[in-house]
Design a protein around this ligand. Structure first.
Ligand code: NAD
Length: 482
């Protein structure tokens, strides 16, 4: 195997038990690299290393942590084009999307470098005379991280950066499909001066490496992003040991974009096309349900279709590509299955949904737009996670809101309207963690909380200063000076 892409355990690059070929979905003949798959024993060694490194790291000064995170941020930003290219090559996002995500990772590290210096406590007067009460935040301990394939650098970054900023040690398992960006991040942090064992990278399968992290008694907290099905398993495992682990789960979505009669048509079309189809629709915040009032419905469908006809689906690394390939054969099969299910249920495939041939062998799928759908159909209820969206016609705002909220998920919800009254009402009454007005449901800032409700999320929010709720534990200390 290549000796380049090993696991990082206790500050050493270690060969795995087997090797995983990282394949470019735009060109399946192109192997991005060979990445080590850790064994169960190696995952256990990584956890032991994180535990051993914890006492000293927990006592490190904010300045020490600031310098390492800042250095990592500087390197990521300086290499954003190269890292973005790696990302697009292994995941299939277009190059501008890949570079954008790499930039985001650099910005996240810069934000949390600053957070190292801002961690504060509180002091209150006691209800008893002469007693002081102070509340301080301490690290949670060893944090296990399990990440999905669709944001190969941003999600590891938005978990690793706050964990380190608040003085935790880390064992991270990236998605088996896209280990390249997480490896690059571990390499950057290692060289930025992290003491050995503070960050451990164990690549490999969820069922082996992930499960070992979930089951291990020395892991104090688990942060997971992925599907609802895996999330449920993660939650059960995390609370079944002698000491229950602190838990944070970010999972799927079936995000509605409501378009009202009074919407600016151009804005609505851009929100829909961007939100539903960019990044190949492979975003947890994708607008997969387009809930459109009757007065604008036909004009909206026609304008979205025209816009889709102009989009280029091709190799993610080619200039001019708007939509890259689906990530792999398994996801492509899922997308095609749902296209079939929607047709069987009576939805009209208004445009797209065909497999495409390009110069190189890859998983190319034309974006699919369904019309004449109801919110009861499976296409409206289950997450597809591909370039597939359906339009649901409703009579008015009240029905639109009811349909938007009628889902097991609650990650992001959007509305396109020029009415302050409806926009305000939607912001207050949407059952989602994030609400967008005249903006796509996907695409968020890095310095504010991210997360959802209902089946989409469980536990404290990620990102921004809110991340400290998960990555720290509060200690209340009482002092009677005598
Ligand atoms: P997935 O659930 O298949 O896998 C996620 C991670 O869990 C991977 O690293 C996988 O190896 C690991 N895993 C699988 N089985 C495991 C087990 N038994 N024990 C421990 N770990 C295990 O999800 P995916 O296909 O990689 O990602 C797509 C999903 O992620 C979609 O549902 C999407 O909506 C969701 N997602 C959510 C957010 C969010 O913030 N809400 C962001 C991105 C993606």
């Amino acid at each position: 195997m290549s000796d380049q892409f090993k696991n990082l355990i206790a500050g050493e690059w270690v060969q795995g038990a087997s090797v995983n070929a990282n394949i470019n979905p735009s060109n399946t003949g192109d192997v991005v690299g060979e990445y080590a798959r850790a064994s169960k024993a190696q995952a256990e060694q990584a956890i032991a290393a994180a535990k051993a490194a914890l006492p000293a790291w927990a006592r490190s000064t904010p300045q020490e942590r600031y310098e390492i995170l800042k250095k990592a941020s500087d390197e990521i930003l300086a290499r954003k084009e190269e890292l973005g290219r790696l990302l697009s090559r292994e995941e299939g996002k277009t190059l501008p999307e890949g570079i954008g995500e790499a930039t985001r990772a650099g910005q996240i590290f810069a934000f949390f470098a600053g957070e190292c210096l801002r961690l504060s406590g509180e002091k209150l007067a006691s209800v008893r005379p002469g007693v002081d009460v102070d509340m301080t935040r301490e690290p949670v301990g060893v944090v296990g991280m399990i990440t999905p394939w669709n944001f190969p650098i941003a999600i590891p970054a938005w978990k690793i950066a706050p964990a380190l900023a608040y003085a935790n040690t880390v064992v991270v398992k990236p998605a088996d499909l896209v280990p390249g960006c997480a490896w690059a991040l571990a390499d950057i942090l290692h060289r930025a001066g992290l003491p050995k064992g503070v960050l451990n990278l164990v690549m490999g399968r969820g069922s082996e490496v992930g499960q070992t992290i979930l089951d291990h008694k020395d892991v104090n907290a688990i942060t997971f992003t992925g599907s609802v099905g895996t999330g449920r398993k993660v939650a059960l495992a995390a609370v079944s040991g002698p000491v229950m682990k602190k838990l944070q789960l970010e999972m799927g979505g079936k995000n509605p974009l409501v378009v009202l009669d009074d919407a600016d048509l151009k804005t609505a079309v851009e929100c829909a096309v961007n939100g539903a189809f960019f990044s190949t629709g492979q975003r947890c915040t994708a607008s997969s349900r387009l809930v459109v009032t009757a007065g604008i419905h036909d004009r909206f469908v026609e304008a979205v279709t025209e816009r889709l006809k102009g989009l280029v689906v091709d190799d993610a690394l080619k200039a001019g590509t708007h939509i890259g390939p689906v990530v792999d054969q398994g996801q492509l099969d899922t997308d095609l299955k749902y296209i079939g299910v929607a047709k069987e249920e009576g939805a009209k495939l208004h445009w797209g949904g065909e497999l495409l041939n390009r110069e190189t062998p890859g998983y190319y799928l034309q974006p699919a737009l369904f019309t004449e759908t109801t919110n009861a159909m499976r296409i409206s209820r289950e997450e597809v996670f591909g370039p597939v969206a359906n339009v649901i016609r409703v009579k008015d705002y009240d029905e639109a809101l009811a349909v938007a909220n009628d889902t097991e998920f609650g990650l992001s919800a959007g509305i396109c309207t020029s009415s302050l009254k409806y926009a305000s009402h939607f912001k207050r009454n949407s059952e989602a963690g994030m609400v967008m007005v005249n903006l796509p449901t996907a695409g968020v800032d890095y310095h504010v909380p991210f997360g959802g409700r209902k089946g989409s999320s469980y536990g404290p929010r990620e990102q921004g200063a809110y991340a400290r709720e998960f990555y720290t534990t509060v200690k209340t200390a009482y002092t009677f000076p005598g």
